[in-house]
Design a protein around this ligand. Sequence first.
Ligand code: DAT
Ligand code: MG
Length: 149
Amino acid sequence: MERTFIMIKPDGVQRGLIGDIISRFERRGLKLIAMRFMNVSRELAEAHYAVHKGRPFYNGLIDYITSGPVVAMVWEGPNAIAIARNTMGVTHPLQAAAGTIRGDFGVEIGRNLVHGSDGPETAAFEIGLWFGEDDMVDWERSTERWIRE
Ligand code: DAT
Ligand code: MG
């Protein structure tokens, strides 16, 4: 079983797309484990995007992520990281397939609506950065056997 960190970025919140975006992950069959609606401090944004420090888009990226509230979440399932990434679509909405979140709702790379961990190490790091172990909700989903064999 895998866990991934997903965030609805400030553009997704401001545009009233929280429900649509969460719905994509729910309908896909991923299981929600933790969720928080919050403003993001500069310190947290910089820790989250530390791998991009020094890139030309870094300052704009930090300004964007700290510009308004986000929805931070943890979703679980077999291959949750890859499943979430292809539900989101590739980084640039122009290349993202129709039917994906970025492909359906976005037009520019700097307003691509959603973040998702890109691998198991990143997921562990990001979940630990945004949440504590106590924030993880232990629950049994009654539809489980209709989603997984
Ligand atoms: P992803 O969010 O798909 O994991 P990433 O980790 O490479 O993509 O980059 C993080 C975010 O930074 C991305 O969602 C949007 C922004 N970004 C990445 N590359 C960019 C670029 N060349 N110009 C502007 N913004 C960029
Ligand atoms: Mg990334």
